[in-house]
Design a protein around this ligand. Structure first.
Ligand code: 6PG
Length: 260
């Protein structure tokens, strides 16, 4: 059996976001040391709000420094809507985090979708893949882009990004970014990173909170069922970490680790 994911459970949101901040800063520093930038992709849902709580907190000292000038932010999945639409993951991240970053912490480079292609989701996905090709060097020389960090959510059905249980997109092996037109979670038209890209990242972190997640967490961690989140756990192994609160893992047998 491959290496197991790390399951970190916290008593409350304050403890969760403090550890998430440490984890993100470590990933940032590793990325900058490796290639002078930090390439991170984020999801929508509840993630941007929790992330903002972690990143907008005051610095705890000289080792606890965010260097947003070196951040390149991508979207792990995005809805095919204008950037100022209520459903836009970009819009959500902007409102929760980007607009609130103090000027002295620097300004991240953000890569939204090209909204000229909202009516053609294949083109929307292809254009976004091109952004990745440019950022991660040419597609010929790179089999898959290697993100420094993916920050993901987990849906109550076990989906992550816009990779849904039983969907044919889970079998995609070639594209880096794929369209979906029948998302069971509205809105139906989206683009998403594909599973090989997700599992190829240096680090993958899930944030899942609240009792509404406990049934799916049991399925993901205690059963072998092919849910998208479980596939990420299998593919990324110990490069994958879960930041959860206690209600989200009530009744889950899988052993917790303590975040040091
Ligand atoms: O655009 C989206 O719909 C999200 O990227 C999606 O994948 C989300 O992360 C999960 O649905 C979890 O959402 P919650 O964190 O709100 O439960």
């Amino acid at each position: 059996m491959g290496k197991q994911p790390n399951l970190y459970a916290f008593a409350d949101t304050a403890a969760l976001v403090a550890s998430l901040r440490t984890y993100v800063i470590n990933a940032q520093n590793a990325g900058i040391a490796r290639h002078d930038s930090f390439k991170v992709a984020v999801s929508g849902g509840s993630l941007p709000k929790v992330l903002a709580q972690a990143l907008l907190a005051p610095s705890r000292g000289p080792d606890d420094v965010l260097r947003f000038d070196q951040w390149e932010i991508f979207f792990a999945d995005e809805r095919a809507v204008p950037l100022d639409h209520a459903d836009s993951n970009y819009g959500l991240l902007k409102a929760e985090l980007l607009d609130k970053i103090p000027a002295d912490l620097g300004t991240p480079r953000v890569h939204p979708i090209d909204t000229a292609h909202l009516n053609d989701t294949q083109e929307l996905a292809d254009q976004y893949e091109q952004i990745l090709v440019t950022s991660f060097a040419s597609r010929d020389s790179v089999r898959l882009p290697i993100f420094d960090l993916l920050l993901l959510g987990c849906g109550p059905d076990g989906h992550t990004c816009s990779l849904f249980p039983g969907h044919e997109l889970l079998r995609e092996t070639s594209a880096w970014v794929a369209p979906i037109e029948d998302s069971p979670k509205p809105p139906p038209k989206r683009i998403t990173l594909t599973l090989p890209v997700v599992t190829h990242a240096v680090k993958v972190a899930f944030v899942a909170t609240g009792a509404g997640k406990k049934d799916v967490m049991k399925q993901i961690f205690d059963e072998s069922n092919g849910l998208p989140c479980a596939l990420v756990n299998e593919g990324a192994g110990d490069r994958c970490s879960w930041f959860v609160d206690n209600p989200a893992v009530e009744g889950v047998a899988f052993p917790r680790r303590s975040f040091l």
